[in-house]
Design a binder for this molecule. Structure first.
Ligand code: FPP
Length: 238
């Protein structure tokens, strides 16, 4: 196996990496385990991947952990996912804070169970002064909902009646403090965006890896960054 970490050019890192952590259910099915075991294993993978991002100097990492569409899953899976997030925020918060990571949430806090909402807000507050890496948890997040929300925020804030500009939308998105995504990674061999960061992905390089999220390891992240660095980005030019 190539040592992709060594091949990464530290001067040309993606400013913002976004990951669709897909394949937990299939991982569990392959092992004849309940789906929640796939999510549990998937949650365990988050820490080493964040450490791998820190090790190469990535500054912003967005993780799609619960979409606005995921509510239609069976109740026990939905509540199991929130419990896993509670455990993560409670068990890992001090480690995260000590590593200089700032926790951020993108999505609507409405509907998120109260305990989890408080854990998210507490984690954001506890890490608010950190700046080494922004770890953006996309929870109860939908790309279309985010854009509608941004337009409504803009409508609320405007003084004149000038037409909306791209910047007006951008500065009202959940991610207004983050750069656009440079690199989007989706695991599990599915080739979809699934309503993830639709605006921010406009010029992202997309890397689809044939690995289920619970099997994702730091070398997969390094490989994706290396693939990104070997793409030619033209932004509509030639
Ligand atoms: C998609 O796989 C994954 C999710 C909907 C949830 C992602 C959540 C985690 C990785 C755990 C969250 C915890 C932390 C700490 C971030 P899927 O269930 O759709 O998989 P499938 O397509 O194989 O069924």
């Amino acid at each position: 196996m190539k040592d992709y970490k060594k091949l990464i050019d530290p001067a040309a890192l993606p400013k913002h990496i976004a990951i669709i952590m897909d394949g937990n259910g299939r991982w569990a099915r392959k092992k004849s385990l309940p789906r929640i075991e796939g999510h549990r294993k998937g949650a365990d993978v988050v820490e080493p991947v964040v450490d791998a991002a820190l090790a190469v100097g990535v500054k912003a990492l967005s993780l799609y952990a619960f979409s606005t569409e995921n509510w239609i899953r069976p109740d026990d899976e939905v509540s199991g996912l929130w419990t896993l997030l509670d455990i993560y925020f409670q068990m890992k918060l001090e480690k995260i804070a000590a590593r200089g990571i700032r926790i951020k949430h993108s999505g609507s806090l409405d509907k998120i169970p109260t305990d989890t909402r408080l854990n998210i807000l507490n984690a954001m507050d506890r890490t608010s002064k950190n700046s080494r890496l922004v770890l953006n948890f996309c929870l109860n997040y939908g790309g279309r909902q985010e854009i509608v929300n941004a337009v409504n925020r803009w409508l609320d804030s405007r003084e004149g009646a000038s037409p909306v500009q791209e910047a007006d939308i951008g500065k009202n998105l959940y991610t207004s403090d983050l750069p656009d995504v440079d690199l989007m990674i989706r695991t599990s061999g599915e080739y979809r965006l699934s309503n993830f960061l639709l605006w921010q992905l406009a010029y992202a390089e997309l890397v689809f890896l044939d690995v289920l999220w619970p099997d994702f390891r730091p070398h997969h992240l390094y490989k994706a960054i290396w693939m990104f660095q070997n793409r030619e980005r033209r932004y509509g030019g030639i």
